[in-house]
Design a binder for this molecule. Structure first.
Ligand SMILES: [Fe+2]
Ligand SMILES: [Fe+2]
Length: 239
C-alpha cells in the first residue's frame, strides 16, 4: 500500500476500478487529472495519504459481496438482511451509475451509440426499482416482521400477503428482463478498447448491480416470500 503514495490516481483506478468511488467521494478527478500522484491529490483535497489508503483497503468489503448464510434466518432477520445489504447498496448505486452513464454518453455517445440505449434502459430500471424497494420497506416487510414476531399486524390494503407478493414477483421479472437487455447491449460488460476509466467503471458497476440484484431477488422469491406465506397460513389457522 505504501507504493500507492507515488502512483498516479488514474493508474490506481485503471488497476482497481472500485477505487474510483473513494476518489469521487473526495472530489478527486481521476479522469482528466488522473496523472497526479495520490500524495499530490491528497494535498490538494486536504486529506491525509493514510486516510485515503485506509479507505482504499476497505474496498475489499464492498456491500455487494453478500456471502451471508441466509437459509436458516428467521423471517425478520431475513427482511433486515435484505434491507441492510441489498436495498442500501441498490439505493446508493442507482444515482451513482446514472451519473456515470450521463458522463459517458456525453463523451463517448457519438462513437458508441448503444450507450444511449443502455442509459435509457438503466433509467427505466431505476424508475421500476426505487418505488419497488420503497413498497417492500414501508408496506410489505413491516407486515412480514409482525407475522414473524407474532404481534398485531399493521393495517394494510391487502387481505393476504400473497397479493402484494404476486405483484412484487412480476416487478422482479420485469427488472430482470431490463437488466438482460442492458447486459446484451453492453456485450457482457466488456469495455471497448477506447473506453476511458469512467466508461469502464460504469460497466463494472452495472455488472455488480446485476449480480447483486440476482441474489437479492432470489432471496426474496425463494426464501422470504414462501416463508411469509407459510407463516401467515399458520397464524390464520390458529385464529
Ligand atoms: Fe428487495
Ligand atoms: Fe423485491
Amino acid at each position: 500500500m505504501n507504493k500507492l503514495r507515488n502512483k498516479p490516481i488514474g493508474q490506481i483506478v485503471a488497476e482497481n476500478l472500485t477505487a474510483a468511488r473513494v476518489f469521487e467521494a473526495h472530489g478527486m478527478d481521476f479522469c482528466c487529472h488522473g496523472a497526479q500522484t495520490l500524495e499530490n491529490a491528497c494535498k490538494d483535497h486536504h486529506v491525509t495519504v493514510k486516510q485515503l489508503e485506509a479507505e482504499l483497503s476497505a474496498l475489499s468489503q464492498l456491500p455487494s459481496q453478500d456471502d451471508s448464510d441466509v437459509s436458516d434466518m428467521e423471517l425478520n432477520e431475513l427482511t433486515h438482511h435484505i434491507v441492510t445489504v441489498h436495498h442500501v447498496y441498490t439505493k446508493k448505486m442507482l444515482p451513482v451509475i446514472a451519473g456515470h452513464l450521463d458522463t459517458v454518453v456525453k463523451v463517448h455517445g457519438v462513437n458508441h451509440p448503444t450507450l444511449f440505449d443502455i442509459r435509457k434502459n438503466f433509467n427505466s430500471l431505476r424508475e421500476e426499482l426505487e418505488p419497488h424497494l420503497e413498497k417492500e420497506e414501508k408496506r410489505v416487510f413491516p407486515y412480514i416482521d409482525a407475522l414473524a414476531k407474532n404481534i398485531p399486524l399493521p393495517s394494510v390494503d391487502f387481505h393476504k400477503i400473497s397479493q402484494p407478493i404476486t405483484l412484487l414477483e412480476k416487478e422482479h421479472e420485469n427488472a430482470g428482463r431490463i437488466f438482460d437487455d442492458i447486459n446484451n447491449l453492453a456485450q457482457g460488460y466488456k469495455p471497448p478498447s477506447d473506453a476511458c476509466n469512467t466508461y469502464r467503471l460504469a460497466l463494472r458497476e452495472l455488472q455488480e448491480l446485476e449480480q447483486d440484484l440476482h441474489l437479492h431477488i432470489a432471496q426474496e422469491n425463494y426464501l422470504l416470500f414462501p416463508k411469509a406465506i407459510k407463516c401467515e397460513q399458520e397464524r390464520l389457522q390458529k385464529c
